[in-house]
Design a protein around this ligand. Sequence first.
Ligand code: IMP
Length: 198
Amino acid sequence: MADKLKIVLGTSNPHKVFEINEIAKDYNVEFILPDCNNFDPDENGLTFEENAEIKAKEASRVSKNGNYFMADDSGLCVDYLKGGPGIHSARYDTTPEKRIEKLLDALKDDNKRTAHFVCALCLCDKEGKVLHREKGIVEGKIAYSKKGSNGFGYDPVFLVENGNRTMAELTEKEKNTLSHRGRALKSMLEWLKVNFKI
Ligand code: IMP
């Protein structure tokens, strides 16, 4: 079998690399961390797509350990909040707990609780040229209170599918099958399969 295609992931989070490699384990590809000390680009884009591109290009600029670079940007968009917190999801408040409380508070008097998670992916080469983009979405609703202990971020208040379970009540495998990140990544892997024979 040919050597695995190595793709540098524009992140400083080893857990994200682990998770993505889990989803990609049936493909001949390996995602690796950038070989720089502190990967922390200024995410000043106005959309998920722009931020994913900023991170992928920054990885290609600072990291010398690969030929291909990919980054993701994701967040929660709540209809009642006109798409917020959106690209500001990670900075909506200071801790994950406070972010959830602030969200539940903002929706307190409202019954329209529809929302979706978005994940944008961008792949570029070592010159920083964008080769491909993908986007994954999962629709759901914001629960009235927290449920479940798996996952991270807004998972305990995001009701998926028929609204019976929150994302935090799904197993990792279930979440990967239907999540915004899982969907975007699956499409990216299929594109790589055709174009890079992974
Ligand atoms: P990042 O783009 O992966 O850094 O995610 C930005 C922020 O969006 C995270 O800090 C979370 O608050 C939120 N987020 C993204 N994906 C998820 C998810 O799968 N579950 C819960 N929250 C998420």
